[in-house]
Design a protein around this ligand. Structure first.
Ligand SMILES: C[S@@+](CC[C@H](N)C(=O)[O-])C[C@H]1O[C@@H](n2cnc3c(N)ncnc32)[C@H](O)[C@@H]1O
Length: 222
C-alpha cells in the first residue's frame, strides 16, 4: 500500500508542484465555517494540505471559553481565529512576518481578537502558562532556504524539534497538542521528545485516502 502511494506521489509530484505554484501565485481566501483568512503565497497553504483542517475540526470540539490559547507557528492564523471565535484568549506566533501581518488584517475582517507575536518558537513568548498550545510543525528534515520554506522544513538535523522540546522543559503547560503525518519521521521526533523527558500520546488518528495523521498530546514525564 505504501509503495503504491509513493509511486502515485512520485508520478503526480511534478504536475502537482507546477499546479500548486500557479495556484499560489497570489493571495487566496480560505474559510472554515464562518471564519475566513487571506493566505499570502509565502505563507503555509491550508487549502490543499490536510493538517490545518484536521486541527480545526479538533479544536472545534474543545471547550475554549476564557481559556488561554497559543498557536505556535500560526501561518494563516485560521486556527487562532477559530479559537478566538470560541471565546479563547489567543496568542498566535510565527517567524513569518507576512503571516502575522495578514493574520492581523484577517482578525479585523472577522471582528475577532488575536495577539500576534513574532517569535522563534518560545524565544519571545511570555513564560506564562497557556491552557492550550497547538502546533502544526514543519517536519521535513532539510534546511529551509528562506522564511517561506520554514513552513515545511525543520532543519537537516531536526533542529526545530530539538529546540522546541528543550524549551518545553522550561515551560508550564497542560494541553499541548501537535499534529504529525505518517509522511514524517515520527519515531525520530518522538525520540527527541523522550530525550527531553516528554511523553507523546496519540490523542487522535485521522485516516484519509492519502495519509494518516496523528494528533499527539505531549506531557512531561514524572
Ligand atoms: C506547517 S505550518 C502550520 C501553519 C498553521 N499553524 C496551520 O496549521 O495552518 C508551520 C508554521 O510554523 C512556522 N514556523 C517554522 N519554524 C518556526 C519557528 N522556529 N518558530 C515559530 N514559527 C515557526 C512557519 O512559518 C509556519 O507558519
Amino acid at each position: 500500500m505504501k509503495n503504491i502511494r509513493n509511486f502515485i506521489k512520485k508520478c503526480t509530484h511534478p504536475f502537482l508542484k507546477s499546479g500548486l505554484k500557479l495556484y499560489y501565485s497570489k493571495p487566496r481566501k480560505y474559510c472554515y465555517e464562518s471564519v475566513c483568512v487571506q493566505v499570502h503565497p509565502d505563507v503555509f497553504p491550508p487549502h490543499l494540505t490536510f493538517s490545518t483542517k484536521i486541527l480545526l475540526d479538533f479544536i472545534k470540539d474543545l471547550e475554549l471559553n476564557n481559556k488561554t490559547f497559543l498557536e505556535l507557528g500560526c501561518g494563516s492564523g485560521i486556527i487562532s481565529l477559530l479559537a478566538s471565535q470560541k471565546g479563547a484568549i489567543v496568542t498566535a506566533s510565527d517567524v513569518n512576518k507576512i503571516a502575522l501581518n495578514y493574520l492581523e488584517e484577517s482578525a479585523i475582517r472577522n471582528n475577532l481578537k488575536v495577539r500576534t507575536v513574532y517569535s522563534d518558537l518560545f524565544d519571545e513568548i511570555d513564560k506564562t502558562k497557556f491552557d492550550f498550545i497547538i502546533v502544526n510543525p514543519p517536519y521535513y528534515p532539510k534546511k529551509a532556504k528562506n522564511v517561506k520554506e520554514k513552513a515545511w522544513f525543520c532543519g537537516e538535523h531536526f533542529e526545530y524539534f530539538e529546540k522546541l522540546f528543550s524549551q518545553l522543559t522550561e515551560i508550564e503547560f497542560d494541553n499541548f497538542y501537535m499534529i504529525l503525518s505518517q509522511d514524517c519521521e515520527i519515531e525520530k521526533i518522538v525520540s527527541i521528545a523522550q530525550k527531553n523527558n516528554l511523553k507523546t500520546q496519540e490523542a487522535s488518528k485521522i485516516k484519509n485516502s492519502f495519509e494518516n495523521n496523528f494528533i499527539y498530546k505531549i506531557t512531561k514525564m514524572n
